[in-house]
Design a protein around this ligand. Sequence first.
Ligand code: SAM
Length: 280
Amino acid sequence: MAIDRSDREFHFTDKDFAVIKDLIYKRAGINLSESKKDMVYSRLSRRLRANGLRTFKQYLNLLNDPSSHEQQEFINSLTTNLTSFFRESHHFDILKDFLVSRESPVRIWCCAASTGEEPYSIAMACIEHYQSFTPPVEIYASDLDTKVLAKAEKGIYPVERVERLSDQRLKSFFFRGKADNSGLVKVKPELQKLIRYFPLNLLDNQWPFKLQFDVIFCRNVMIYFDKQTQYQVLKQFLPYLKDDGLLFAGHSESFPQASDLFSLRKHTVYVKADKARIKS
Ligand SMILES: C[S@@+](CC[C@H](N)C(=O)[O-])C[C@H]1O[C@@H](n2cnc3c(N)ncnc32)[C@H](O)[C@@H]1O
């Protein structure tokens, strides 16, 4: 049954959606299904309002204007940033076990860091493992979305975001806001010092590192990519991951098409495939 959308504030055609779908795929690798039309309309309507525009056609023209800053806002609007502290908590136990045998400094890259809960969880796990607020660890945290990265760097969260953490973790790693800041928590500066934040698009064909990582966290971002893009990104990880390093993926992500690059060790944790070790 066709749904009547005539009550919409902005006229939004199937062609507009097709152009947007193509643009976000090319710029971010995000593969939008037809079911995302309403989501796209609602998120981009805000951008039309912010720019004082009246039609999607005008908005798409703005995106083609090289002097406009709207491109980044467009990307920020269409990313999905759902995350939480110690999401898929077994991964942090696996990380701690892995740290036992590593030489320092241990370098960890969290490549879809969103609002920071994941890199801060990595930092907490490292502090707990080494029993020190200055563990021999460097954490690099990136994301394509500049808005979430700014939130991550601040490290301030509504108290509900931490309510499933143990009292011990809350006490060790967070300050509770008082007065005007009640209802908020802030991560302690010792954690922030362990993490370097920077924008990075996994689709870029060059990344700005001259080093190799012991661990790459790439969780719950590949699900937005098609198989071909996933393969490309995984291939590009190879020279940046030590031969005996670990790649953490999200719980619903698997890469059978890339079995020449990575092999599953357990619980969506991957290691380089034998052949890939020799080549990279
Ligand atoms: C659902 S969140 C996952 C956050 C975290 N890794 C976790 O598992 O909780 C996906 C993140 O991937 C980021 N992202 C999407 N496309 C990207 C790309 N091409 N390059 C880098 N990050 C991307 C989004 O901005 C978003 O913050």
